[in-house]
Design a protein around this ligand. Structure first.
Ligand code: UT7
Length: 358
C-alpha cells in the first residue's frame, strides 16, 4: 500500500490542470537570401510582365538562393535569430522540428541544423506537409511540450523552423509557377509561458488532391514502382514543382476559411470560451497569392488591415517559411494579449490553423 502511494506520487497521472499550462512563442527569427528577383527581372526569363504578376498575385519581388548558399544556411540564420531573440542558449534546446519540402535527402535537415547551431541534447526531425509544414511542426512541438510536462514534469524548449528553397525545384520555363516562388526561412522558440500562448491547433489533409500540386523526384521511378529503379541510368526527371493553379486557388480559399473556423470551434469545445471573428486581432495566412488572402479575409469577415499580406508582396510564396517570416516582419509591432490565428494550406492538400494569444 505504501509503495503504491509512493509510485503514484512519483508518476502523477496527467490532469487537465497540467495539460492546460500555457505554451507560447518566446523568440522569432527570419532570413531571406540577399539576391532579389523582381518582376522585371522575370520579364527577361519567361513571357510575363510586371502588370500581370501584380494584378494576379500581388507579388513585387522574391529572394532567391545564390550559388553556394543552402537551405541549411537559411534555416541556421533564422534559428539563431529566434534563439537570440528568446535569450536561449542552443544547448538548452530539447526539440527541433523543421517544416521543409525541398531538402529531399537524408539525414534530415533538422539533424543537420542541430549540429550547425550546437544543440547537442535536442531531438530533431523534419515535417513534410507542403506549405502547412510550419503549422504541423508547431502543433507537434506544442503537444510534446504539454506531454513532457504532464507525463514527466519536465519543462521543454522547442525550436520550430519553416524553411524552403523553392528556387531549387522551380521550372524557370513555366511562367505559371516561376513568378510565384521565393526562398526563405522563419523560426520560433516555444516554451511554457506565464499566460496566453497557443489556445488550440487543428491540422487536416486531403490526399485526393495529390496530383494538382506536386513535384517530380530523382526517385520518381521508385515511387511509381518502375523496374529501372535499381539501375545506374535511372536518374529520373529533375524535381520540378507542377501546379494546376486554378484548382489549387479554389480549394485553398475554401480550406483556409474552414480551418480558421474549426480551430476557434476546437477552443470552444475545450474551454467553453466563445471567440467571435470580430475578436481576432490579426490573421497570418500562408502567403500564396494576395488575391487568396483578400478572399479569405472577406469570406471570414476579417478586414484586410488585420491580415498579414506584406510577405507575399516582398518575398513571394516561400512555402513553409511564409508564416514565421510574417512574425519576424511584425516583431517590432507586437502587443500583449492580442488574439491571432495562423492558417496554412499546401500540397497534399495538407492544411492547418493555430489560435494563439500573444
Ligand atoms: O502555396 C501553395 C498554394 N498555391 C497557391 O495557392 C497558388 C494558387 N493559384 C494561383 O495563385 C493562381 O491560379 C495563379 C497565379 C497561379 C494563376 O492565376 P490565374 O488568375 O488563375 O491565371 P490563369 O492560370 O487562369 O491564366 C490566365 C491567363 C492565361 O492566358 P489565356 O489562356 O487567358 O490567354 C495564362 O496563360 O494568364 C496567362 N498567364 C500569364 N500571363 C503572364 C499565366 N501565367 C502568366 C504569367 N504572365 N506569369
Amino acid at each position: 500500500m505504501v509503495t503504491r502511494f509512493w509510485v503514484a506520487a512519483r508518476h502523477p497521472r496527467p490532469t487537465i490542470d497540467r495539460l492546460s499550462q500555457a505554451v507560447g512563442y518566446v523568440g522569432f527569427g527570419g532570413y531571406v537570401p540577399p539576391t532579389e528577383l523582381t518582376n522585371s527581372d522575370l520579364e527577361g526569363i519567361v513571357d510575363t510582365n510586371d502588370e500581370w504578376i501584380l494584378r494576379r498575385t500581388g507579388i513585387k519581388t522574391r529572394h532567391i538562393l545564390a550559388e553556394g548558399e543552402t537551405i541549411l544556411d537559411m534555416a541556421a540564420c533564422a534559428a539563431k535569430g529566434a534563439l537570440e531573440d528568446a535569450g536561449i542558449d542552443p544547448a538548452q534546446v530539447d526539440d527541433i522540428r523543421v517544416g521543409v519540402n525541398t531538402w529531399m535527402r537524408f539525414p534530415s535537415l533538422a539533424t543537420q541544423l542541430q549540429e550547425r547551431i550546437g544543440a547537442p541534447r535536442a531531438a530533431a526531425a523534419d515535417v513534410s506537409a507542403g506549405c502547412a509544414g510550419f503549422v504541423y511542426a508547431v502543433e507537434q512541438a506544442y503537444h510534446r511540450i504539454l506531454i513532457e510536462k504532464a507525463r514527466y514534469g519536465r519543462d521543454t524548449i522547442a525550436l520550430v523552423v519553416g524553411v524552403d528553397g523553392l528556387s531549387h525545384i522551380t521550372d524557370w520555363t513555366d511562367r505559371q509557377t516561376c513568378v510565384l516562388l521565393g526562398d526563405g526561412a522563419g523560426a520560433v522558440v516555444l516554451r511554457h509561458v506565464p499566460k496566453g500562448g497557443i489556445l488550440a491547433t487543428h491540422t487536416h489533409a486531403d490526399g485526393r488532391y495529390g496530383d494538382v500540386l506536386w513535384s517530380d523526384s530523382v526517385l520518381a521511378g521508385q515511387a511509381n514502382g518502375s523496374p529501372k529503379t535499381f539501375t545506374h541510368e535511372a536518374k529520373g526527371p529533375r524535381a520540378y514543382l507542377h501546379m494546376d493553379g486554378k484548382k489549387v486557388f479554389a480549394v485553398a480559399v475554401e480550406t483556409m476559411v474552414s480551418d480558421v473556423l474549426r480551430v476557434i470551434e476546437k477552443h470552444r469545445e475545450a474551454t467553453g470560451e466563445r471567440i467571435g471573428i470580430e475578436d481576432i486581432d490579426y490573421l497570418y495566412p500562408h502567403q500564396a497569392n494576395l488575391r487568396i488572402l483578400e478572399m479569405v479575409g472577406k469570406r471570414l469577415g476579417v478586414p484586410l488591415e488585420k491580415v498579414y499580406t506584406e510577405g507575399v508582396v516582398r518575398y513571394g510564396n516561400t512555402s513553409t517559411a511564409s508564416i514565421p517570416l510574417g512574425y519576424w516582419d511584425n516583431r517590432k509591432t507586437k502587443g500583449e494579449g492580442r488574439l491571432e490565428v495562423d492558417v496554412a494550406f499546401g500540397a497534399g492538400f495538407a492544411s492547418g490553423a493555430i489560435l494563439r494569444r500573444t
